[in-house]
Design a protein around this ligand. Structure first.
Ligand code: G3I
Length: 364
């Protein structure tokens, strides 16, 4: 996830401002109408990403996955960096462990991710020709999707292909795939995954669709353009993965997000929340207040989403504050510990978990 300087200079929000924002979002959801309200009442599967080192070393981590999750996604083990340390060999050890655990505990599985411009092994970044990139991409997807066919039900086929702040001339990120294959890299990935596993749900996964910043609206438009292009070419695609790494201090454009979700619905596309957490680095240090604000942010976001389009699942990017990417990427100036996830470092549920459980039970 790329961050601009602007992200680092936002002012500390006021408590009143944040809570007022949450109330306004709730009204947006209520205004969406009875059908949406009815849709909101159906249980929505909840899940989490599983980080392999914590999974292997921490029995409470495995117990929490069993207790709280309907869905599990390997956090890093199905990325090229996790699978392809060197070109001829695939290391499925981590992914196989998590897949076996999910199946043994009757959890659904998501696969993350068949194509990304990041988390690539050095040899992949050194590819030089169109033919080489296409050959490696198709081969990778054929082998990985075939291995988990019938076990991984949904794939993030492509991850973060939209430029951080897209423009009409440059809608897509500058990655090795874009450089060597052009926009067609997206089509090749979806077409290959669909050919290997016609029953899998195939998703485009990206972030920052919910923000009031201009980039939010621009990214929503690019996503729709990509989906329309895939549809026009008859390439199977089933939905959008909204990562939902929610900044605690930033304004959300929930009206814009709801219009976007309705546009996706009109295209016959699903949505799912794929990496939910709260980036709380600009929220007050007090843990009780911070947890309340984070829960309010998650609640208002999910209420707005569900009011417009019921997601297929709600997945957080981890379960416990003990293991999260957030503090490394968004260090707090006061060095207070980040609290981005639904369980604290001792696996105690926080207000955010109560919010998520409401959607999981269908009583939101
Ligand atoms: O496993 C190796 C270990 O053997 C090695 O000693 C160590 C030091 O180099 O690195 C370990 O791999 C790290 C991996 O996480 C597992 O911990 C990688 O360096 C590190 O880059 C990787 O970070 C992950 C990041 O994606 C990049 O793949 C984060 O855990 C993960 O939370 C983050 O998740 C991304 C989503 O995939 C896409 N959306 C944004 C999200 C947050 O950045």
């Amino acid at each position: 996830m790329q961050q601009t300087e602007a992200d680092r200079n936002d002012a500390m929000p006021t408590r009143r401002g944040l809570l007022r924002g949450a109330a306004a979002c709730a009204l947006t959801a209520a205004a969406a109408g009875p059908d949406a309200a009815q849709a909101a009442l159906r249980p929505i599967p909840f899940g989490s990403a599983a980080e392999i080192d914590a999974f292997r070393s921490d029995a409470r981590y495995r117990e929490a996955l069993k207790r709280y999750c309907d869905v599990i996604v390997p956090m890093n083990d199905l990325k090229w960096q996790g699978l392809r340390h060197d070109r001829p060999r695939f290391d499925f050890s981590g992914a196989d462990e998590i897949v076996a655990f999910a199946q043994a505990n009757r959890k659904a599985l998501r696969g993350h991710t068949l194509l990304w411009g990041d988390a690539l092994p050095p040899w992949a970044k050194e590819m030089t020709t169109r033919a080489e990139a296409e050959r490696e991409l198709v081969n990778h997807i054929e082998i990985v999707v075939d291995r988990y066919k019938g076990r991984i039900a949904t794939w993030d086929v492509v991850n973060e292909v939209i430029r951080y702040e897209p423009s009409p001339d440059t809608p897509l990120r500058d990655t090795i795939w874009q450089r060597l294959l052009g926009p067609e890299h997206i089509e090749i990935a979806f077409r290959t995954a669909a050919r290997v596993d016609p029953k899998a749900r195939l998703v485009l996964n990206d972030f920052l669709f919910e923000e009031a910043a201009p980039a939010g609206a621009a990214r929503r438009k690019v996503a729709l353009d990509i989906f329309r292009r895939l549809r026009d070419k008859g390439i199977p695609v089933h939905g959008l993965g909204i990562q939902a790494h929610l900044y605690g201090e930033k304004d959300l454009d929930l009206d814009g997000l709801q219009r976007f979700l309705r546009d996706l619905d009109a295209l016959g596309l699903d949505v799912e929340i794929t990496e939910l957490d709260v980036i709380d680095w600009k929220l007050p240090a007090d843990p009780v207040l911070r947890d309340k604000l984070a829960a309010a942010r998650v609640s208002s976001f999910l209420e707005a989403v569900v009011a417009a389009k019921r997601p297929k699942a709600i997945v957080t990017w981890g379960l416990t504050d003990r293991y999260s990417w957030v503090p490394d990427t968004f260090p707090r100036q006061d060095s207070a510990r980040a609290r981005p996830l639904p369980l604290d470092t001792d696996y105690r549920p926080k207000p955010m978990m109560a919010v998520l459980e409401r959607f999981r039970r269908g009583t939101a």
